[in-house]
Design a protein around this ligand. Structure first.
Ligand SMILES: [Zn+2]
Length: 635
């Protein structure tokens, strides 16, 4: 039921701004924003980590506000009654079960030596109970097609347990061909390699002399990856040395060097090889926890247009007391997340309040505070797969993520290429209000002062076409919904405890809010919905950088039977291959794909311009398609 006449752009120019709210002094708006940010970024909320108490407090605060503004609850509770909270499944923590076992026997010391072994299963490890099996040393555990470096050269690891060093032979060089083995999460790549070589499990020797500080022993579960291909555990350096027949942990350094510098293609030679076997039993307990999106609905008043909705959203979760995602390594201080993203959340609350007072929106407005964003867009991903409003009647999504640090007027707006009308809408609404440092007075829709300077220079707009990006709007664009993404840029406090309440530019935030209110207002009043278009990709890599791109947007939910694709970019290699959103990838380049972890690994091995087979499940059909990856930017 789309009506493309008259054109949307024309409508914007001629549409009178019908939203008229009693004048709100800028000061009052700033005060509201400040109160929200102050509470959300307070110590009490402990950084609002998804699944933790602080995030639940935040959800309650937002739900209360929605109720005060008399929004309609967007979800339902388990009792079937309307509820602002939309729960979604979340694994808060993974811990080793009692009764996990690592038993080692070496020819030099018979018997169980587990009392002296410091070890830990990786949070991503698969569960397994492996009988005593020979241990084989495989250097850094790296073997890549096209590289002369091969830690598996001359080794038979079939049905054995592979012992490796952490890191890579070219440590510290970010441009190394081994760079993708640098980050801790890339242990998954080594697990995939070991599995392909036929190994039963992987033991990794810690890099830190003090085991409890080792990065692998402290790796926490990542929702977006699922489990590894194999059981994987990390052992302390003393144990590693013993298994390698070395006198003590200090001599490991010499071995690391020797492994890295041996001639290409040659096998690793140990000075005093020992016969070692290991028995490994790993079971991990996944602790489910509460996580919620908060949804409030303001129904439109036009009898027809009210069936269409515009979503205004922001994520309210942050990083808790650090850990995964923190840029203050090893910090356990509260990561306040004032800019990221109490700022966007406060704007959504204030917008909800203003629109609810005005009650002039013809289309329905849905306000959503998402959780699980920092863990991989979990909340928005859940929403688009469990929407409270039909997606085909959801005409646009506006996302505010980090909008509290406006500096020199520099405002990033993404998604302007996702509907034909959006670029003009954004540019036009950025104009028309005053750039003076004095506080401006605002109403919804029009400045109260006469003779106001139409200032296109207040905002220094940085427009970006792409609808995909590192925040929740990506989930919606994946469903072919036009999106806009507001962002004032990263800064020195990004993802650190120092992202605090008093550093927010509240005047700037209120100006952005004002601009967004004009955009949302106009979208809600226009006779026709925005016209979805395929945006130019900026080639921005996703959360992990790949050498090649297929143009697929994976679903980040845990899986073991294939990787569900939430979206496929138009004109991408995947689209050309015939891959579609909703397909489940089960094989790529001849390898099994169980989840994102496998997919990441295989992508890293592919070469741009070469043809590979991709096998997908579509309903009951199994399709083998030909795909040719293109080169992708790397972060
Ligand atoms: Zn963040």
């Amino acid at each position: 039921m789309k009506n493309y006449q008259p054109t949307f752009a024309f409508v914007f120019l001629t549409l009178s701004l019908t939203l008229s709210v009693p004048a709100q002094k800028a000061e009052a708006i700033e005060k509201n924003l400040r109160e929200h940010v102050q509470y959300l970024a307070s110590d009490k909320l402990e950084g609002r980590r998804t699944g933790e108490q602080g995030a639940t407090y935040a959800a309650g605060y937002i739900a209360n506000a929605f109720a005060n503004y008399k929004l309609r609850a967007g979800s339902r509770g388990t009792n079937g009654k309307p509820n602002y909270l939309q729960p979604f499944p979340f694994v808060a923590a993974v811990s080793p079960d009692k009764g996990n076992i690592l038993q080692l026997k070496t020819s030099s010391s018979e018997g169980e030596i587990s009392a002296e072994v410091l070890w830990s299963p990786l949070a991503y490890s698969t569960d397994a109970d492996i009988p005593a099996s020979p241990v084989v040393f495989a250097g850094y555990g790296i073997s890549m097609p096209g590289s002369t470096y091969d830690d598996y050269a001359g080794l038979d690891v079939k049905n054995k347990i592979v012992l490796i060093l952490d890191g890579n032979p070219d440590a510290g060089n970010p441009h190394s061909e081994f760079a993708r083995f640098n980050t801790h999460i890339k242990a998954n790549i080594k697990a995939n390699i070991a599995k392909e070589k036929g190994a039963r499990a992987l033991l990794v020797i810690a890099t830190e002399p003090d085991f409890k500080n080792d990065r692998l022993s402290s790796v926490s579960y990542d929702q977006t990856f699922g489990t590894m291909a194999l059981p994987v555990a990390v052992v302390d350096r003393a144990t590693g040395a013993r298994l390698l027949g070395l006198s003590d942990a200090n001599t490991l350094f010499a071995l690391e060097k020797q492994v890295a510098t041996r001639p290409a293609g040659t096998a690793i030679k140990l000075q005093n090889p020992v016969n070692a076997t290991a028995r490994l039993k790993i079971a991990m307990i996944k602790r489910q926890s509460d996580a919620y999106n908060v949804i409030g609905i303001l129904d439109g008043h036009d009898p027809v247009l009210k069936n269409e909705a515009i979503i205004i959203g922001a994520h309210y979760d942050h990083l808790g007391r650090g850990g995964q995602g923190s840029l203050d390594v090893n910090s356990t201080a509260i990561h306040h997340g004032a800019d990221d993203n109490a700022s966007g959340t406060s704007a959504v609350l204030e917008l909800a309040r203003q629109f609810a007072v005005a009650k002039e929106n013809k289309r329905t407005l849905i306000f959503i505070a998402f959780s699980g964003e920092e863990e991989g867009l979990l909340g928005s991903n859940f929403y688009v797969n469990n929407p409270v409003w039909p997606l085909e009647k959801t005409v646009a999504m506006i996302n505010l993520d980090m909008v509290g640090r406006l500096k020199d007027g520099k405002l990033n707006v993404g998604g302007v290429g996702t509907a034909t009308e959006l670029r003009a809408l954004v540019t036009n609404t950025a104009n028309g209000f005053e750039s003076k440092t004095e506080k401006i007075e605002m109403t919804m829709g029009q400045p109260t002062k006469t003779g106001i300077v139409s200032s296109s220079s207040f905002f220094n707009l940085q427009l970006n076409e792409d609808g995909f990006g590192p925040s929740d709007h990506s989930s919606f664009y994946g469903k072919k919904i036009p999106v806009l993404f507001f962002f004032t840029g990263t800064h020195a406090d990004y993802h650190k405890p120092s992202d605090t309440f008093e550093k927010i530019n509240y005047q700037g935030l209120s100006l952005i809010l004002y601009m967004v209110s004009r955009i949302a207002g106009q979208l809600s009043q226009a006779p026709t919905r925005p016209t979805y278009t395929v945006a130019k990709s900026t080639g921005m890599p996703g959360r992990t950088g790949f050498n090649v791109s297929l143009g697929t947007v994976p679903n980040y939910a845990d899986s073991s039977d294939g990787l569900l694709l939430d979206a496929v970019r138009d004109n991408s290699p995947a689209a050309k291959a015939g891959v579609k959103a909703g397909d489940k990838v089960v094989k790529l380049a001849g390898r099994d794909v169980r989840n994102v972890m496998d997919y990441t690994y295989i992508l890293g091995e592919l070469k741009a311009g070469e043809e590979y087979e991709i096998v997908v499940l579509r309903g009951s059909e199994k399709l083998a398609l030909k795909i040719v990856p293109v080169a992708a930017a790397r972060r």
